[in-house]
Design a protein around this ligand. Structure first.
Ligand code: FAD
Length: 278
């Protein structure tokens, strides 16, 4: 249908971004193609070292899945999105296709070497998440192409991740957020991935902060250095959620806390987290 109707068509998944935009008259598609009736595109599977999410999988299904309970950073994200009504409708595919700079999934998936499977009448392709999101509200999808699946490599033993967001209330987007993944060997960090949310036009990979951790014994000093590097990596705008300076300070604090939790989880500790509310 997308190929037949052309670029005047919009897909409808959970409708939790598209419908508010239509109500505000920021979006006015001539045609809506509802994918909610297509069977078999909502699933969570674990096979061959890979976690697979069907594009129509709701945030709530991921939050409550036994499979994702084993991957705390994924659970942190799904369980923290807005409120239960929005999590019951909103989908992981719709979230990354929307590429909202404040969306939670892109920030988390950026630390997980995620890949996006894209499908059209012409064929299929797999794009790394880092290349999939091109700019704010912009992806590399062609108008006749959709997201069919999101794939995440299952991290090896000794790896831990955490995602923390700071919010004013549940049904609003975060003011800032941080996702951290560390692979530990004893006290030494073998690999690190850090991504920042809501402090740029897209989620930002904080590579200088990762360098402060990689190959290092993780101490208060190295964690503080990574947090400082994360502060410098953010490029936030001042808005009703806070000034740019406030968001930079906030994201640094979130990175520090997320690193500490990720280390504990890498050691096998069960650490429950929830977003931080103002
Ligand atoms: C009050 C409120 C608060 C919210 N707070 C948060 C929050 O804190 N954090 C957060 O991350 N999100 C938040 N959201 C957004 C929510 O998570 C949405 O569910 C999500 O952004 C979009 O998913 P959806 O399935 O609803 O997509 P839809 O609204 O149906 O679609 C969004 C866009 O993606 C396109 N699309 C949908 N599915 C596909 C697909 N498979 N392939 C290609 N294109 C597709 C649509 O055409 C549309 O352009 C909030 C929403 C509301 C209304």
């Amino acid at each position: 249908m997308l190929a037949q109707i052309g670029d005047q068509a919009k897909l409808l998944a959970g409708g939790q971004s598209l419908i508010p935009l239509m109500k505000l008259r920021f979006a006015n598609p001539a045609h809506i193609v509802d994918i909610n009736f297509i069977p078999g595109i909502s699933y969570i599977k674990e096979d061959d070292g890979v976690l697979r999410f069907g594009a129509l999988t709701r945030h709530a299904e991921i939050e409550n899945s036994k499979i994702t309970a084993k991957f705390p950073i994924i659970h942190d994200c799904a369980a923290g999105i807005a409120d239960v009504q929005i999590r019951n409708r909103g989908t992981i595919g719709g979230s990354i296709a929307e590429a909202d700079p404040s969306g939670d999934w892109a920030t988390v998936l950026m630390t997980q070497a995620a890949e996006v499977h894209c499908l059209s009448a012409k064929g299929e392709r797999t794009v790394s998440l880092n290349h999939f999101i091109a700019d704010a509200y912009t992806t590399v999808l062609a108008h006749d192409e959709l997201v069919s699946e999101i794939k995440v490599k299952i991290p090896p033993k000794g790896t831990g991740g955490a995602y923390l967001a700071f919010k004013r209330a549940a049904p609003v987007y975060p003011t800032a957020s941080a996702a951290v993944n560390v692979a530990m060997e004893g006290d030494v960090c073998k690999e690190a991935a850090i991504a920042l949310g809501c402090v740029g036009l897209t989620a930002i990979r904080a590579t200088a902060a990762e360098t402060e951790l990689r190959g290092q014994r993780l101490t208060d000093k190295s964690i503080a250095a990574a947090a400082e590097a994360a502060r410098a990596a953010g490029d936030p705008q001042s808005d009703m959620r806070g000034t740019a300076g406030y968001k930079r300070a906030l994201v640094a604090a979130l990175v520090k806390r997320a690193i500490e939790i990720a280390i504990r989880r890498a050691r096998g500790e069960q650490v429950e987290v929830s977003h931080i509310y103002a």
